[in-house]
Design a protein around this ligand. Structure first.
Ligand code: ZN
Length: 286
């Protein structure tokens, strides 16, 4: 692994009541911008959502899959992000053509979060969108759900032709027992206002983002990657659910369905031969 690979690291301060996670997502965000043809505001909004949710996921010991939806009323539309263990990240937004500032793109709405455990049990919750900056809504979610002071910021920098080349994120959370106000003193103002420009290793980013934490004991790191998980086989299973009669009708009308995966923009085309094969499989299965 090199210094610029997408990675998430988490740790605890050796001598202060805080835990921290830092992440670099530059490569997976570039892939998201490429497949969804995003620029400027749309690119920044999805970068903040992908990166912020990755930070939030890893803070949960039992997480298996975490999904979040920002259902905004503004031109960014709805932002969908999904993070699966150990480090697969994907997402899209319905207002992908938006090029204005992120702060004007949501105009309120609802944040919906689904947290799934390995056995399939899941919990769902909702909150009002109030931050107007995407990652701030995740910070608010963490403060509310954990009842602990939390700072979560995504730093999006090095713009080239409307797309960011450097995307990192930092989350610092109080541990039980911290005094109110400690957190504000522990993080730098350049993290809070997102002007901090990351340089070098993630450990160095942590030191400049949260100087008040002092020495950090790093507990582990996780490689992250843009990975949708969709496949032709999955799409075929979906078409099979339509049943023999429906598939028969498509065959007789000469319809060759196209199924587009919203998350990664892959289009799966199913020709008549494939439809006949699916029909035969359904009939054989009785
Ligand atoms: Zn896909």
């Amino acid at each position: 692994m090199n210094d610029t690979a997408d990675t998430l690291m988490r740790g605890i301060a050796a001598d202060a009541p805080f835990r921290i996670a830092v992440v670099r997502t530059s490569t997976l965000v570039q892939e998201a911008c490429r497949v969804h043809a995003l620029a400027l505001g749309g690119a920044e909004a999805l970068a903040r959502a992908l990166t912020g949710l990755s930070l939030m996921a890893v803070m949960d010991k039992d997480w298996y899959r975490l999904s979040a939806q920002w259902i905004g009323r503004g031109p960014l539309g709805t932002i969908n992000v999904d993070v699966r263990s150990p480090g697969s990240v994907r997402g899209y937004l319905t207002g992908g053509g938006y090029i204005g500032p992120v702060s004007a793109g949501l105009e309120g709405g609802t944040l919906s979060v689904i947290r799934q455990k390995e056995g399939g049990q899941y919990a769902q919750g909702q909150a009002e969108l109030v931050s107007h900056d995407v990652d701030g809504d995740l910070e608010g979610w963490m403060r509310q759900s954990d009842q602990l002071g939390t700072v979560l910021r995504v730093l999006v920098h090095d713009w080239v032709e409307g797309q960011p080349r450097s995307v990192t994120g930092v989350m610092v959370q109080e541990l039980p027992g911290a005094d109110r106000g400690d957190l504000e003193g522990a993080v730098s103002s350049s993290l809070l206002d997102r002007s901090l420009t990351p340089q070098g290793l993630l450990e160095e980013l942590a030191a400049s983002a949260a100087p008040g934490l002092g020495t950090i004991d790093w507990l582990g790191s996780t490689p992250l990657a843009w990975d949708c998980g969709c496949s032709a086989a999955r799409v075929e299973r979906g078409v099979k659910l339509l049943g023999v009669a429906e598939i028969d009708e498509m065959i007789s009308l000469g319809e060759e369905p196209e199924v587009r995966c919203e998350y990664c923009a892959t289009v799966y085309r199913m020709d008549l031969a494939a439809l006949r094969r699916l029909k035969a499989e359904l009939l054989a299965a009785g």
